[in-house]
Structures are given as structure tokens and as C-alpha cells.
Design a protein around this ligand. Structure first.
Ligand SMILES: Nc1nc2c(ncn2[C@@H]2O[C@H](COP(=O)(O)OP(=O)(O)OP(=O)(O)O)[C@@H](O)[C@H]2O)c(=O)[nH]1
Ligand SMILES: [Mg+2]
Length: 360
């Protein structure tokens, strides 16, 4: 998602680092370029202004200009300011409440609410060993409830039985009761989306929230919609109250503006990012890692985590042994390729490696 921005910023900062001494005029010129790059990436104007202003202030400070490697110092300032804009220390889903902890998903139609619900349920079940119940409150779109039920069956995660004729708030109440009775840790409430923000949608969401008293209210927003996603977040927060944002389609060719503006404009943290259609394509949002990716410094931490989750250490040792003995054959090769595909393929891996962005 950050390819374009990454390329531009990388170029600007590269030119700075290659120069020996830096004058105030050099910094100003670079900041003008940074400003243009951010605006092109669809970052909101206010955020761009405050970002470049803060970077400039620090960059023309005496310690930078007089340091041995002023360019490097500016890169670090830009990096740190990016991290601050994205939300400093990342925040993940908070389950610290009396179970069953309700988590409510809201958002426009097609933003990825149902998919994200399933992704989250899968992660909490498999990784965090929680007992999770999913419930669809979407009584409007035909087959919406069935969609969640199918996902639940595929993942072997229970969904609330479908009862025809109930209102969303009634279903929410039933879901909480079922979760209480069944000894569930978490109950995920997948709500209906509309094509536009309307009063009916907002008041329904507010009603569900009042009934379910969710510990987290997550806005699921499509990163491809750029600034619209940010405005949407503001509107939802004012009317319903949000605890965080799940940004989907980060694997697409969005320009990154939504991710960069979201926190600064709404004050709400991005807690999750969706990186694909499959139910395992969900990641926590780590500002420092994203800043690293944007600046082409790579994201080695995510790479290592991905490897740890996908590579079977024992199998790998066996393969290495076979290779040493000269027994490595086509089926070993196939195994290797499959593991790589699991980790997001070559492009997925390359994006996380330091310096590769510039090579591309
Ligand atoms: N590439 C990609 N596709 C995604 C992601 N999240 C969701 N999708 C796709 O987006 C489409 C819509 O997702 P849903 O989860 O059904 O969206 P929704 O918000 O529940 O939609 P409604 O219930 O109709 O409002 C599906 O085809 C998903 O596979 C993501 O992170 N990356
Ligand atoms: Mg849905």
C-alpha cells in the first residue's frame, strides 16, 4: 500500500543523506518535497502541515546541521515523526473485561466487517486460546447471516443460531445471553453495513451498543477509500463512539493516506490491519514497523513473526539435512515453495526486507 510514498520519501531522504553538510535551505527544499509526497499519498492536509512543520523544526536545529551525518539525522527525525503520527506505541484489541467480552464491528457496506470478524475469531481461538462466539446482526442483506455461518463452519468456530424475524438489538441480547450460558470468553457482533452514512444506520448501531455494552467498538474501514475512511471514522466516533479502527485491504494499492491520517484526525488508534482475503490475513498495527516499511527500512520484526508462525522448525531441519546429504528432491522443493507462499510469496517477503523497496 505504501509503495508510492515509500519510493518518493526514500528518494528525497537519499538525496539528503548523500550530501555532506546541510543548510536550512536544503532542509526547506526537502520538506517541500516531503509535503508534496504526503499530499499525493492522500494524507489529510492538516496532518501534512503539522508533520512537515515538526520535522523542519527539529531538522534545522543546531545538533542536526552540525552533526557528522546530518542527512541520517533527518531520516531519523522523519521516522520518529511518522511513528508519532501513526500512534506511537501500537494498541491491540483489549480483552481485559468480565467475560463474555463483546466486540462490535461497524462500518460501511463491503468494508470487510464479516471477513474481519472471522479473522479476529480465528486468531483469538487459535493463537490466544479463547472461546469465541460469532453473531451476525445483519438482517438486511440476504445471505449475510449465512455468510458468517459458513465462515464459522470452515474455521470450526461457533456462530449464534439464526432466528428469523428478530431485530438487530434483539439478536445482540440473545448473543450475549448465549455467550454467558455457554461460558464464552468473547462474543463478536458483526453488524450490517449501508452504502452511505445515514441516520438509520447510526441509530441502529447506537442501539446495539446500548444493549451489548461492547468493550471494543471497531470501525472496519477500507483503506482504498483514502480520506473518506477518515471522515467516516470521525462521524462514527461522534455518533456511536469507537474504541479503535480495523483498516482493511492494506494489501491493495491504496495510497496510504488513510493509515497516516486516521490517528491524528480521529484520535482513535488503528488496532488491526487486514492484508488479504483469507482468514489468516490479519495483523496488529505497529506504528514503528509501518514507519520502517514506509521508509524502506524494512520490517524485520514482522518478517520473523511470520516465519515463526508459518515455518515448521522440525520440517526445516529435516529438509536442511536432506539437502546436506544430497537427497533434496522435487517434493522437498514443493514443500519449500508452499511455505514461501504461506508467508505471502516473494513480494510479501521482499516488502519486509530492508532496502528492497529501493531496489524495486
Ligand atoms: N484483499 C482484501 N480483501 C478483503 C479484505 N477484507 C475483506 N476483503 C474482501 O472484501 C469483500 C467484502 O468483505 P465482507 O467482509 O463481506 O464485507 P462486509 O463489510 O461484511 O460487507 P457487508 O456485510 O455487505 O456490509 C470480500 O470479498 C472480502 O474477501 C482485506 O483485508 N484484503
Ligand atoms: Mg458483512
Amino acid at each position: 500500500m505504501f509503495d508510492n510514498l515509500s519510493e518518493k520519501l526514500g528518494g528525497i531522504l537519499d538525496r539528503l543523506t548523500r550530501r555532506g553538510a546541510l543548510t536550512e535551505a536544503d532542509v526547506d527544499a526537502a520538506m517541500r518535497e516531503v509535503r508534496r509526497a504526503l499530499l499525493e499519498a492522500d494524507v489529510s492536509l492538516d496532518v501534512v502541515r503539522s508533520f512537515t512543520e515538526k520535522v523542519r523544526e527539529q531538522a534545522i536545529g543546531a545538533t542536526v546541521v552540525k552533526s557528522v551525518t546530518p542527512g541520517q539525522m533527518v531520516v531519523k527525525i522523519v521516522h520518529d515523526e511518522l511513528v508519532a503520527t501513526l500512534g506511537s506505541d501500537g494498541q491491540s484489541i483489549d480483552l481485559n473485561a468480565v467475560p463474555p467480552v463483546a466486540i462490535m464491528m461497524v462500518g460501511l457496506q463491503g468494508s470487510g466487517k464479516t471477513t474481519t470478524t472471522a479473522k479476529l475469531a480465528r486468531r483469538m481461538t487459535q493463537r490466544d486460546k479463547r472461546k469465541v462466539l460469532m453473531a451476525s446482526l445483519d438482517i438486511y442483506r440476504p445471505a449475510a447471516m449465512e455468510q458468517l455461518a459458513v465462515l464459522g463452519r470452515d474455521l470450526d468456530i461457533p456462530t449464534l443460531p439464526i432466528v428469523a424475524g428478530q431485530k438487530p438489538a434483539q439478536i445482540a441480547r440473545r448473543a450475549l445471553e448465549a455467550a454467558k450460558l455457554g461460558g464464552y470468553d468473547v462474543v463478536l457482533l458483526d453488524t450490517a453495513g449501508r452504502t452511505t452514512l445515514d441516520e438509520e444506520m447510526m441509530s441502529e448501531a447506537a442501539e446495539i451498543k446500548a444493549v451489548a455494552n461492547p468493550h471494543e467498538v471497531l470501525l472496519v474501514a477500507d483503506s482504498l477509500t483514502g480520506q473518506d475512511a477518515v471522515n467516516l471514522a470521525r462521524a462514527f466516533d461522534q455518533r456511536v463512539g469507537l474504541t479503535g479502527i480495523a483498516l482493511t485491504r492494506v494489501d491493495g494499492d491504496g495510497r496510504g493516506g488513510a493509515a497516516l491520517s486516521m490517528r491524528a484526525v480521529t484520535g482513535k488508534p488503528i488496532k488491526l490491519i487486514g492484508t488479504g482475503e483469507k482468514t489468516d490475513a490479519l495483523e496488529d498495527f505497529h506504528p514503528s514497523r509501518i514507519a520502517g516499511r514506509i521508509l524502506g527500512m524494512g520490517d524485520v520484526v514482522s518478517l520473523v513473526e511470520k516465519a515463526a508462525a508459518n515455518i515448521d522448525a522440525e520440517k526445516a531441519a529435516r529438509t536442511a539435512e536432506r539437502m546436506r546429504k544430497g537427497q533434496f528432491d522435487l517434493s522437498d522443493m514443493r514443500e519449500q515453495l508452499l511455505q514461501m507462499a504461506n508467508m505471502g510469496g516473494i513480494t510479501g517477503l521482499m516488502g519486509m526486507m530492508p532496502g528492497v523497496a529501493k531496489m524495486k
